[in-house]
Design a protein around this ligand. Structure first.
Ligand code: PRX
Length: 668
């Protein structure tokens, strides 16, 4: 295994002249192109190398130093890490701070009140410019509003919102009170929302009437109403509704308009200090079972690593940069790199409500041009969609402000990487591929611009202070050139502190395969130089457009349909979305009778969309007479994946019914 220093000590690193190497000029490493660091970043590279050295010399001291430098602590901590109760870590645990104050008030106190925090652009083209002083004032007032509604430290507040400034305000106001937010992506269904409200035992929901999506208002409030009619939601006392879409909404006794309550609330709010380990949020993510896991993150350690990675991986210069992360706040990327990282660093950012192609395909690039975006952080799926639409679209815009591009959510294929760098970055901008997860809280593996020779398609090296290692099935580190499983060998500040109300599942899922190591669930390969290449999930988790979905969750949704007897779901390679959902379904005898297959498939696709949310709608639902099962009844998903990807089906000798795969392939 290559240590960070070795990984960075490559000939290309010291080549400060190769600033604009076009693709053809990159050096060839094992048949792959790599790029020397850009000249623009080499000045910062020295500092970045120091970070690696400092982290290697004393990892805990390094994180303590970073935390003191990046955050304002009310009570300074004296203990950096307590891992006695492993795998439940405590970081900086005798210190106190207020997360919202770190993201807002302290910048105003430091004279940065007039700096723009958010350039908001609504999908219909409405805009708002919000300074740090204004955002601080909004969050103070919102904290008073929540407090007037009875929210106290430790309470759970569910946020189900479009990507508008009030969503950020709501999250920070909850944090300011020491309460816990649980953001549910606005694309999730009423049932998904209900299940999360129930699991979290939430007191309040913050939502909007609707938000703009693909040229129309997508209502949100009706889903909240429906969710609250369901079981297990009696804990909800109020629903705060932001007026955004202007769509008609049904009004219940518990409902309150955000603007009315804000008007009633006092403007000033003094932030209380909370312990470093005060829970900050619960974010539900898909695992290998039908039930999503409520990943818990806490305050001091999380904010330290979010701020550290945001500053260093993106080489942030808060005085001059205009940063844009295209993620929704419903995902961990939106938590760490729209809300907490950038605001802790006092950065100016763009927040865009809608989709890239409304009113026309160049919308994103118009926004880069309009706001002079310097650093853009997005997902490979978005890059591949832009590639499909054609380079004439970005070529017609001025993208010269961009100086750094980031990728997250799934492996970026070298073709998309090159296109991103050449067409969007005009061959000048490094592209950093960042690997991390909801559970890791912040970036764990990424090249550092200016230090690392970039390899298209590889996440490359652990960031300073992180021990990411690829191991074999026995937990032994693999040699360069070999593949294995990605693990983290030592605790890190932004690591999940558990699964809400389910400590056993936390231990079982992440810490039992390799005792003492965190198991990420991803396969990875080390190249000859010890750089990490991600190979995708090794469990039943799929990655569709950078969003995590579990096969089991979709199977459970399908069998809830009266006409479905059995279902098996696989993730199949897809050119645009990375993976796509393909479902194989056996109908009940009654449903199968004289059935119109196409109509039933479509109905089932829509059914899953309604049960979980549109992102979970399968690309294809194949109605089959039987599933490939072993004699003991285990479904062989490997064979279904072969069929879904149009490959020759693998070894079928262990199947109970040897002929079934031929029939299934016929039906594809
Ligand atoms: O499989 C990995 C993939 O996304 C999973 C984590 O998903 P989630 O918790 O939703 O967080 C996504 C945003 C951080 C991982 O287990 N993944 C994420 N980033 C990369 C990636 N796979 C390859 N390369 C990446 N850069």
């Amino acid at each position: 295994m290559t240590t960070p220093t070795e990984a960075h000590a490559r000939p290309g690193r010291s080549d400060a002249s190769g600033s604009t190497a076009p693709s053809g000029d990159g050096s060839v490493d094992g048949g792959r192109t790599s790029y020397p660091p850009s000249a623009a970043f080499v000045a910062g590279a020295v500092a970045h190398e120091d970070l690696h050295h400092a982290a290697e010399a004393d990892r805990l001291q390094f994180w303590a130093d970073q935390s003191r430098e990046l955050l304002d602590w009310r009570t300074p901590f004296t203990r950096t890490l307590d891992f006695d109760d492993a795998p439940f870590a405590k970081w900086f645990d005798d210190g106190t701070l207020n997360v919202a104050e770190n993201c807002l008030d302290r910048h105003v106190r430091n004279g940065l009140g007039d700096r723009v925090a958010i350039h908001f652009e609504g999908e219909p083209g409405d805009t708002r410019t919000i300074t740090y002083a204004e955002l601080t004032a909004d969050v103070q007032r919102a904290a008073n509003m929540l407090s007037d509604l009875g929210v106290v430290a430790g309470d759970r507040v569910v946020v189900y919102m479009p990507l508008i400034p009030e969503a950020v305000v709501a999250m920070l106001a909850v944090a300011r009170l020491g309460a816990i937010h649980s953001v549910v992506f606005g694309g999730f269904s009423a049932e998904s929302l209900r299940a999360r409200i129930e699991d979290a035992g939430a007191k309040l929901v913050v939502t909007a009437d609707g938000g703009w999506r693909k040229g129309a208002v997508a209502p949100l409030k009706p889903a909240v109403d429906e969710a609250l009619e369901g079981e297990g939601t009696d804990s909800i006392e109020h629903v705060l509704v932001v007026r955004r879409g202007g769509n008609d909404v049904t009004w219940n006794e518990r409902d309150l308009w955000w603007h009315d309550e804000m008007a009633k609330a006092a403007p000033e709010h003094e932030a209380r200090a909370f312990p470093s380990e005060q829970p900050l949020f619960i974010l539900y993510t898909s695992g290998t079972t039908g039930k999503p896991k409520g990943i818990v993150h806490t305050s001091g350690g999380y904010l330290t690593q979010a701020a550290f990675t945001h500053r260093n991986v993106f080489d942030m210069h808060p005085e001059t940069d205009v940063y844009w992360c295209t993620a929704d706040i419903g995902w961990i990327t939106g938590h760490s790199y729209v809300v907490y990282g950038p605001l802790a660093n006092g950065v100016t950012q763009v927040l865009y409500e809608g989709t890239p192609d409304v009113p026309e395909p160049g919308r994103w690039w118009d926004l880069v041009d309009k706001y002079g975006v310097t650093v853009l952080y997005t997902a490979p799926t978005a890059v591949r969609s832009a590639m499909k639409a054609g380079r004439q679209i970005p070529d017609a815009r001025d993208l010269s402000s961009l100086r750094l591009l980031g990728s997250v959510g799934e492996p970026i294929n070298p073709e998309a990487w090159h296109w991103f760098r050449q067409v969007i970055g005009h061959d000048r901008t490094p592209v950093v591929d960042t690997w991390w997860q909801t559970e890791t809280g912040a970036i764990m593996v990424s090249a550092l611009p200016g230090v690392t020779q970039l390899k298209p398609g590889a996440a490359q090296c652990p960031i300073p202070g992180i021990l990411a290692e690829v191991v074999d099935e026995d937990g032994n580190r693999v040699e360069p050139g070999a593949s294995g499983l990605l693990t983290i060998a030592e605790p890190w500040p932004s690591m999940a502190r558990g699964i809400w109300h389910d400590p056993d599942r936390f231990i079982e899922t992440y810490w039992s395969k390799f005792p003492g190591r965190y198991f990420a669930g991803d396969g990875a390969r080390l190249d000859g130089e010890g750089d990490i290449w991600l190979l995708g999930r090794v469990d039943d988790v799929m990655n569709v457009s950078g969003h995590r979905l579990s096969t089991a969750e979709i199977e459970s949704a399908l069998v809830e349909h009266d006409g479905v007897a059995e279902a098996a779901v696989v993730g199949a390679d897809d050119k645009t979305t990375g993976q796509a959902i393909v479902a194989f379904v056996i109908l009940t005898a009654a449903a199968a009778d004289g059935v119109d297959r196409a109509a039933v498939s479509e109905e089932l696709r829509q059914f899953v969309g309604q049960r979980i949310g549109a992102i979970a709608r399968p690309r294809q639902v194949v109605i089959v007479p039987e599933l490939p099962k072993t004699r003991s009844g285990k479904i062989m998903r490997r064979l279904l994946r072969d069929a879904a990807e149009g490959r020759t089906v693998g070894d079928t000798t262990t199947l109970a019914d040897g002929g079934i795969m031929a029939q299934i392939t016929e039906l594809m």
